[in-house]
Design a protein around this ligand. Structure first.
Ligand code: DON
Length: 304
């Protein structure tokens, strides 16, 4: 497949000058990003990689990191993860509190914030150095040491994370957070602040395209079945109340973040990451979604 010319066609069609959407500013430190950035990187199973635009520039991965924390938790806890949360789409926004009260502190899935906070709690309880080990895990699956937390972003979110703090306290009141609420939030805010480029994200997500193994090595990060389940969750829950729209228009499992990144995988074929900071009202990158829609339309390759 000639991905380079497909990228060129997409670039012409999406018209980068169209300025729909708005950069996330509920975390003040995120509002400084140049809204016109645009990058894409696609990594194939044969190791080839295709990139365009600002594909090597790092940005705030935010909720995309929820896929990494879930993988690390599944690695440590296996099936036990599912005794503390469900695997159903929520149909609500990423930071909604509504269902949590109705459903007695059991989050709908690991990708809405309440689910990610429970995953964070599991890691904080289990790991000796949770932030250090999480960062090592992300560096290892990416195959790059050049990945770090952005402490300014983490602190900015800590100072403005009122909903997440409310959510963590509600989870604690239902007994679904074991550790100290502030320790769990501290881990979660750092997790979200990790900065990666499209190229690095495409490398990292190869694990989910390659049935749980690092590409080109025998190292198993998670089992094949765990990788399949994570892909199922990305398809049904990766875009919150827009998961249906993404499955309908793009036809691949994926995960978005409020930094403007979207990663998607075609199991057994490729992983792809796009970055464009302007978000729609549901917190997903406008051009990111459009780009991936055009990619799967032009290649005719969707998982269905
Ligand atoms: O919890 C938050 O508000 C952020 N740190 C992560 C949110 C996010 O990326 C939601 N996804 N689109």
């Amino acid at each position: 497949m000639d991905y380079n010319s497909i990228f060129e066609e997409i670039k012409r069609e999406i018209n980068l000058d169209v300025k729909h959407g708005k950069v996330a500013d509920y975390i003040p430190e995120l509002a400084h990003v140049d809204p016109n950035k645009f990058g894409i990187s696609l990594k194939c199973m044969d190791g080839q990689s295709f990139s365009m635009g600002n594909a090597d520039e790092k940005f705030s991965a935010q909720s995309i990191t929820k896929v990494f924390s879930l993988a690390l938790a599944m690695n440590h806890f296996g099936q036990k993860v599912w005794s503390r949360m469900d695997v159903e789409p929520s149909g609500t926004s990423f930071n909604s509190l509504v269902l949590l009260e109705y459903e007695q502190g059991i989050p709908r899935n690991p990708f809405i914030n309440s689910g990610a906070l429970v995953i964070a709690d599991m890691l904080v309880e289990k790991l000796e150095d949770p932030k250090g080990e999480f960062l090592e895990f992300v560096r290892n699956i990416t195959g790059s040491r050049d990945i770090d937390y952005n402490y300014k972003v983490a602190n900015s979110e800590r100072d403005h994370g009122f909903r997440n703090r409310a959510m963590a306290n509600m989870l604690k009141s239902f007994g679904n957070i074991k550790s100290d609420v502030e320790d769990v939030l501290d881990f979660y805010f750092h997790q979200c602040s990790i900065e990666m480029s499209c190229k690095q994200l495409a490398d990292a997500f190869m694990v989910f395209s390659n049935r749980g193994s690092k590409l080109g090595s025998k190292e198993k990060i998670i089992t094949k079945q765990q990788s399949q389940r994570i892909n199922a969750l990305m398809l049904t829950c990766g875009f919150y109340d827009e998961a249906g729209e993404f499955a309908f228009r793009v036809g691949l499992p994926g995960k978005s973040g409020v930094g403007g990144g979207i990663v998607a995988v075609y199991p057994g074929e490729y992983s792809v990451a796009v970055w464009s900071p302007r978000l729609n009202k549901l917190g997903n990158s406008v051009l990111g979604m459009k780009t991936l829609e055009l990619l799967t339309t032009k290649t005719g390759m969707v998982i269905f």
